[in-house]
Write a protein that binds this ligand. Structure first.
Ligand code: ZN
Ligand code: ZN
Length: 106
């Protein structure tokens, strides 16, 4: 599993992660916030989404990020939400860099 070498909060409140395999990943704040899988945002049993994209503020941003064990990160969002843990596997899948977006389109 890839590990992040460097995690930075971008000026737009999104994240920029440099992975140990050299992949430079990019994440827009709304996309990442919406992808939260904590119990408040997604039903743990049914997988049903409890979080609606329209309920996310357009100026949402990450205020701080902290590592969780050796498997993920926790993001403290400007809407006060900080219970979600983004595992490294999931972050790789959520990457929005040009290369990954291009692959997803093909
Ligand atoms: Zn959540
Ligand atoms: Zn990527």
């Amino acid at each position: 599993m890839s590990q992040p070498r460097k995690v930075e909060i971008r000026s737009d409140g999104g994240l920029s992660i440099l992975w140990d395999d050299g992949h430079q990943a990019a994440y827009t704040p709304a996309h990442l916030r919406l992808a939260c899988k904590c119990a408040l945002c997604e039903d743990e049993w049914s997988g049903e989404r409890r979080l609606d994209a329209s309920s996310i503020a357009s100026d949402i941003r990450a205020l701080s990020v902290k590592p969780v064990g050796r498997y993920g990160i926790q993001v403290n969002w400007s809407d006060g939400h900080s219970t979600g843990i983004y595992t490294f596997d999931r972050l790789r899948a959520l990457c929005e860099c040009e290369t990954c977006l291009k692959t997803a389109r093909e």
